[in-house]
Design a protein around this ligand. Sequence first.
Ligand code: G6P
Length: 486
Amino acid sequence: MDLVVVSNRVARGKANEPMTGGLAAALLPVVEKSGAIWVGSSGRVRDGAQKEPFAEIEALGAGALAMLDLPAAHYGGYYEGFANSALWPALHSRADLIRASEEDYRSYREVNAFMARALLRFRKPDTAFWIQDYHFLALGAELRELGVTQPVGFFLHTPWPAHGMIEGVPHHRELIEAMLACDLIGFQTDDDCENFLGCVQASLGLAVHDGVVKSRHGRTHVAVFPIGIDPEKFAQQAAKAASHPDVSRLRRSLNGEKLAIGVDRLDYSKGLINRINAFDRMWTTQPSLARSVSLLQIATPSRGAIEAYGNLQSELARLVGDVNGRHGEVDWTPIRYLNKGFGQTVLAGLYRTAQVGVVTPLHDGMNLVAKEYVAAQNPADPGVLVLSKFAGAANELDTALLVNPHDIDGMARAIATALSMPLTERRMRWEAMMTKLRAHTIQRWFSEFVEALQESGANKAAAEPLIAERPTLWPLRTVRSTARYQ
Ligand code: G6P
């Protein structure tokens, strides 16, 4: 079987270059090995006059990377507009930040249709298509419109919220219906999967049996595939990175002081304001921790043209300045705040240097930083992960110190607890997490999804009409019997 993987952002074959977001970084090594063709946006636009979509194609491991110039007239409405100002906030349960217009929706659909046409060039009789993430919710339906009968899978890297939230997205019904053109839809967690199936019933009135939805497109399997990392590789990188100049400079600058680390895209879903407030609270309520622990917060700018992101960047810079001004000393800066990205190797070394990893999103599909922080630790003297219970990773990493990212006092206490945790407890917690990471690697995630896609594509039944008139009140708990592939 030939595999074509599609995502908006792709990564070029250099793992040591800074990469924005977990999706591209996670996919790179597995796609590279698999021999798949990975198709995505080049980040450039082109006017619509050209006949053929323009793609720059380069070798990627045993396969290839194809980067498309997307249509200039629709790119803004698609990327900054519908994908990141309507879908992203809704998927992260931030109804207050949803901004949507008909024009943006049209652009989103145009880009999905454009991508479908571009993909035909890579189609062979035994090709399977695997679509990634919320940028392309309608791509499966567009492929079917063009006559594609091969298996089509979809994986959502973000959470899927409750029906009441997704209703805030104009055209949500159309989009959910379009997703059902896929043979297999994968989610990060049971909650996301249950929420999606709840929406399928509530919005479309379709019945769900054992994780299978029947629609006018035929049968769609819906299941959970929590994404992982390559923990052994990450551990090796972390051990090696100790001698990297950035890492040794950091170590030297600490003067025996302890370090907490946060690494995030600068995004409102990451809970950065609450995290800084928690450190502020900790230094205020436990002054003995001033000078003895500092925070290294890497916040890589992202989607800067969107108002909510610009506002967050200003608010964070002001808050960090305020906290440093109040708690700092002539020879001590409480928060080292960096607005740039780092390559994987340096990051691995930075994680290993820090006694505490703080991953406290308000909502997150999985959060691979949490997994990477754990894998990067020195087994003889591991650091402690402080993890939001609203990150998908909390399902597996349940021996981390789990926190509510809205509870500033609770987070402040958890960070202080992490700093003073005895070695035996740290090792016990860390070993339990490593066992999970080793059992659910990114390689396994990839191959299990592809296998399930092949199976569901092969079993695809004949199309059945969409039953829209009588909503089925299907009990959510039966979803628990949904196949769990990891
Ligand atoms: C998240 C999304 C990805 C996205 C990444 C970076 O991880 O799930 O689809 O690529 O953020 O965001 P950006 O808008 O910079 O591609």
